[in-house]
Design a protein around this ligand. Sequence first.
Ligand SMILES: [Zn+2]
Length: 502
Amino acid sequence: MKQKFIVIMVSFMVLLTSCSTTPDIQATTIPISINYVSTEVTYSEPHAQTGFRINMDSTETELAKYFFESTIDVTEREACIEATEKVLSAQALENTIPEIYIFSQDRYDCKWISNHKLYSTLQAWKSAEYIADVLLVAYGETAHYGTAFGYAAYLAKSYHWSSYDGKFSNPSVGDIMDLNCLCFDEAFATSDDITAAKGIACAFVESYISQHGQQPLQQLLTSHANAIDVLAAYYKNSGVSYTPSAVQYGYGGKKYDYLVYSDCGTFYIANDWVDMNAEYNPLITEDFLHANYPDTKAFFETNLKQMKQYQDLFHLEDYNHDLDIVFTKPMDASKTSFYQSVIHRIYLYNVDSLMHEYIHALTMPTSSMQNWKCEGFARYFSYYYDFYGMPFLNQDYNNTPDTPTTKYIHEYLATINRPIDMEKDYCELENVAVYYFGFTDPNANYLTGSSFVQYLVKQYGEEAVINSIYGNGDLLPKTYAELVKEWNEYIESTYAGYSKYK
Ligand SMILES: [Zn+2]
């Protein structure tokens, strides 16, 4: 049976001596006589092998539950509880009891917030940084970080714990004005930028509270979108032309550098993830998505936009958006990115595969197992919106050595008399390759499936093809055998100027 221990809160008078002869008397509230019970705690992160199970000392108040690793001394525990209680008692939380798990630095030198649980290690409890975490655990991990930080700094200042200079002194600071948690992370922003972000966050929140009070500000922490709108209005009123990014980032814990929450799914960026095709993709660096906030922001904004474009293209209204996209290191280097339909999860080893796998994630639950409908469809449509895939393909095709299996690429280059640009050349190159190798079966491989889908789209329009495969639309007006025969004839007559693989 679960035992309940209530921290006994006692108000007592603390005498503080001062320089004057009259003692300065202040009332304060500190916990005394905290009882702990040993509780087994299992720590595990989504789809991560990392995890552990230990006994922790737990206690609870009316506002929160606390769990401390046994090696953490009493002074730290009490300081943590005191600071947390002070912040939580100022919030109007309904039906939310945050849980605070504090581990030793040796075991857990990172941070994760999920479902009103904070997993962290020892830190400065009376700091804006810790209070911001308490606010995120209270209001939810997707709350806008800058709003939480600004409010945390406001509270810290009112408690005489610490203070930040809440000035919006440099209105041209750029992308970090988004004020999400990456803008406060030294891996992604310079220390000057972080200082600027803190100043803006404080100024923003102070301005809002002075106009509306604390309770409306607390409401902003319950909606990331509303916080972004209010921040945008604040910039406008400050005479600054800047629209903050709506992308939501969160702490990643042990395995992940950080998470990205979106209505298309949740992205998990593993600490050791490195793009497998980094050296072949001019847009990708070795530390891609682990540093440089503007590049990271551009990546997620671009891909989220493309993902929505695919949703619109395929009319998948009843699609399951509870999708995990895990950027992780493959078990061995020969593995390629893939979508696992049973658990609705993409494992991504290289960003140029994201759109292909996302098309699978969108269509697979209703897909036939026929290869051309599955892989051909994904391969053909992936070229529609693929900002990070096209530069990879261009570099790959334009640097292919002339061998018997790649001769068709060089014949194509000679025909167009310019470098290959896959935005323009994608379809032609697919067809030339089918002709060169003499493929006639749409189900032979990804390439033939893609070329066949391309042919159908040209004959009947993308709407009719998408509906006939994945929607409730009519079947195409000819049999599969007739369509394949037509496609074969089209390839043979159109590309007869190319040679054949021998
Ligand atoms: Zn595929």
